[in-house]
Design a protein around this ligand. Structure first.
Ligand code: NAD
Length: 347
């Protein structure tokens, strides 16, 4: 089997690529990534020399490149993770999200459809998406697969659009696809613009911890390797034409999460309890901020037997340890452009 993974040098993609390369030595894994600011080959240094791993530097927005790639390699499956993924950046530059998340996805769909030439036996296009497409919940309720789409940020609107394109290729051309919509991930190799790694880095450097609004925004958190396991399962056992929601059954208000993280960090850094909490600073809210996301993951649980295996306390501890033990990685990704971005967003 030849499998194309897009966005494999990013956070979730690197966990997926590592899992497939290590667990399926009979597959050849092609990791296609444009290496934007969020892509980093250091995330995959440990599997770089595996015989079944190939890295391809390329942009999914470049349809000529994508078509040629599909003509020269007979892919059996596509696991599509490449995306612009940060909500705050989507507010600054929505078109970048239209290009990669919508046009890039349609380029891949076209290339898959054309190269598979309507002989879809044994083929699968797997699109990875987010719970943010469903919009915002009040204090009650959960997002189910049937929940109507109601995206509120340019990021979630672009992901919603790409989900619709994938489904339309299933209906119109018979392309075999699966879509999963997952809640917030955390874990090693997460780029420090997102809440948990940003705050770990800021606590190490004793910088302010910018909490949006009143800190009551609620998210469901899932350890990234549990997401990678779910992706493996859906890729192999999911039913074509289906959507599965993936979540951690683990809701946290931002402020409670930040306080828990501060306490773990104080312990690890031998600081007095409460020291890092002093860094919390409430900042002006993000426009269009969704109040609460929460996932009903009972379908994937009942149909495919998936459930999270890592508790939040365990996952957070593994994550904090990883960042503390990988200061070189952190230093490399927070030098250069990151500094400029950080001062624009937070000063
Ligand atoms: P990420 O930003 O860490 O990684 C994205 C990767 O895509 C990077 O390696 C980047 O270089 C690559 N990329 C970007 N534009 C590209 C282009 N035009 N061509 C080729 N490669 C390109 O993102 P992530 O957090 O790992 O998310 C991966 C996927 O999972 C995304 O589709 C995202 O929407 C989805 N998702 C993420 C989360 C989360 O909590 N992080 C939750 C649910 C779903």
């Amino acid at each position: 089997m030849n499998i194309l993974v897009t966005g494999g040098a990013g956070f979730i993609g690197s966990h997926v690529v590592r899992r497939f390369v290590k667990n399926y030595s009979n597959y050849t894994i092609f990791n296609l990534d444009a290496l934007t600011y969020a892509g980093n080959l250091e995330n995959l240094i440990d599997i770089d020399t595996y015989h079944n791993y190939n890295f391809l530097k390329g942009d999914i927005v470049d349809s000529q490149y994508i078509n040629k790639l599909f003509q020269s390699t007979n892919f059996d499956g596509v696991i599509h993770l490449a995306a612009e993924s940060h909500v705050d950046r989507s507010i600054e530059d929505p078109l970048a999200f239209v290009r990669t998340n919508i046009i890039g996805t349609v380029n891949l769909l076209n290339a898959a459809k054309d190269s598979w030439k309507d002989n879809f036996e044994g083929k699968r296009f797997y699109h990875i998406s987010t719970d943010e497409v469903y919009g915002s919940l009040g204090s009650e309720g959960l997002f189910a697969e049937e929940t109507s789409y109601d995206p509120n940020s340019p990021y979630s609107a672009s992901k919603a659009s790409s989900d619709h394109f994938v489904r339309s290729y299933g209906k119109t051309y018979g392309l075999p696809y699966v879509v999963t919509n997952c809640s917030n991930n955390y874990g090693p190799y997460h780029f420090p613009e997102k809440l948990i790694p940003l705050f770990i880095n800021n606590i190490i450097e004793k910088k302010n911890l910018p909490v949006y609004g009143d800190g009551k925004y609620t998210r469901d958190w899932l350890y990234v390797e549990d997401h990678a396991k779910a992706i493996d399962l859906v890729f192999h056992k999911g039913n074509n034409g289906e959507t599965y929601n993936i979540g951690g059954f683990n809701e946290w208000q931002n402020i409670d999460l930040v306080k828990l993280l501060c306490s773990v960090m104080d312990k690890k850094l031998n600081r007095s309890q409460g020291e890092s909490e002093q860094l919390i600073t409430y900042v002006k809210d993000r426009p269009g901020h969704d109040l609460r996301y929460a996932i009903d993951a009972s379908k994937i649980n009942k149909e495919l037997g998936w459930k999270p295996t890592v508790t939040f306390e365990e996952g957070l501890e593994i994550t904090v340890d990883w960042y503390l033990n990988n200061s070189e990685w952190l230093k490399n990704v927070t030098s250069g452009d990151y500094k400029e971005y950080y001062s624009k967003m937070y000063s």
